[in-house]
Ligand binder design. Structure first.
Ligand SMILES: [Zn+2]
Length: 403
């Protein structure tokens, strides 16, 4: 398992013979292309093979007709340190999620740290430490954007400025700390925004003993950038209130695995009816009481596609390009200039769906055949998904020449 963030570079990588190119862009989810060229971790071309310069590649991957999709983004996780979660006492959960196609995770707060400090100096120190630690360490190659402080009563604007100047770009879920009122939350959200820190609010009933209810009026008044787990984590607001949030707020609609599935469908349908499917983003909210879900994002895509009749190619955008746009990330789309964070998938063996997209629309999970992060192969056939019918092959791999 390679964990370093720096050092190894992909050089030139050619991915050819792609059978289905999913862009991650909800306005144009399928691309007419069969080849991607990567140079030093960035996508340099997305074309038909005849139109690409495929010469002198360090690595050539034959996709063997499988589907190429941007790496999945989990918009809502609770990491602590390294590839360990104390919530259920598990190791390797991030690497395991990479085998589920996840290449980027976004912390909604490092709330499971045993003895987590709640005083203001302590919570700032933890956030800065978590940001630094995950910036230096990528379990399984996964980019974990962490350092998401849980705001507490008594914080002042200079605390947010100090956090921003120290590299903190996110707030943990508002509502997990002592700030639970709409007015107070709104003030801190504004301070955060002024200093370039993005905010997420917990929506719904308490997640664990000690957390509280955040109802629709608090969510609307706080006006955080992300309506965090709009379908509850776990306990949801009423479907009517969730639809009202979709309608009255313009913020991102985050749907999570560890929430209420019926309300997840209501939220997704509301977003489609309101003609704002670009606001829908997906997370797991793991690790949590429900455990770790290495396939959680794929399960959300299949669940929404099959139950809400959302074309699978659109549902994949909820977990890729939509999140990248909302979160201002440089991944999430198969587009020139983006990070080459890619997942190769095929229909699972013996699914009744005749194509990958049809199988997902029927509620089956796809098989992951390879995951690439910054142009580097992080895994071949997934140890976690059902086996893919076809998997890509590295057909050429030149080592670095000694000079
Ligand atoms: Zn929550």
């Amino acid at each position: 398992m390679a964990d370093a963030t720096a050092g190894e570079r992909s050089g030139k990588v050619v991915i050819r013979n792609v059978g289905l190119m999913l862009s991650g862009d909800i306005d144009r989810p399928i691309l007419d292309a069969d080849t991607v060229v990567v140079v030093d971790g960035r996508i340099a071309a997305v074309e038909r093979e005849a139109d690409c310069d495929t010469s002198d590649a360090k690595t050539v991957v034959d996709a063997r007709g499988t589907c190429l999709c941007p790496g999945l983004i989990d918009s809502h996780v609770h990491p602590v340190f390294g590839d360990w979660t104390p919530r259920q006492g598990q190791l390797g959960w991030i690497d395991s999620s990479m085998h589920g196609g996840v290449t980027t995770m976004i912390s909604a707060g490092e709330v499971h740290l045993p003895g987590r400090p709640k005083d203001i100096v302590g919570l700032k120190a933890l956030a800065i430490t978590a940001q630094r630690a995950f910036d230096n360490f990528r379990p399984g190659g996964v980019k974990v954007l962490a350092g998401a402080p849980v705001i507490e009563k008594g914080m002042v604007e200079s605390d947010f400025r100090e956090l921003a100047e120290s590299g903190v770009k996110l707030l943990g879920e508002i509502g997990l700390g002592s700030v639970k009122g709409g007015t107070e939350a709104a003030t801190m959200v504004k301070w955060a925004r002024r200093h370039g820190i993005q905010s997420t609010i917990h929506t719904g009933g308490p997640s664990i003993p000690g957390s509280g209810l955040i109802d629709k009026d608090v969510v609307l008044e706080a006006d955080a950038d992300i309506i965090g787990h709009i379908n509850g984590g776990h306990t949801a607001l009423s479907a009517a209130h969730v639809c009202e949030l979709c309608e009255r707020s313009t913020r991102a609609i985050e749907i999570v695995h560890n929430g209420n599935e019926k309300v997840a469908l209501a939220a997704a349908r509301a977003a489609l009816e309101l003609k704002c499917p670009h606001r829908v983003i997906l997370g797991t909210d793991g690790p949590a009481g429900s455990g770790v879900q290495p396939l959680g994002i794929l399960r959300m895509v299949a669940m929404l596609s099959s139950f809400a009749d959302i074309p699978a190619e659109i549902a994949f955008c909820f977990a890729t390009g939509n999140t990248a746009r909302v979160r201002a990330l440089d991944c999430g789309l198969i587009e020139v200039g983006r990070a080459a964070d890619l997942v190769f998938m095929d229909r699972a063996q013996h699914t009744v769906g005749r194509t990958l997209l049809e199988s997902v629309g029927l509620g089956d999970l796809p098989g992951v055949g390879m995951v690439m992060i910054d142009g580097l192969v992080r895994c071949g056939r997934s140890r976690n998904t059902p086996p893919a019918t076809e998997v890509p092959m590295v057909v050429e791999s030149r080592g670095t020449h000694a000079h």
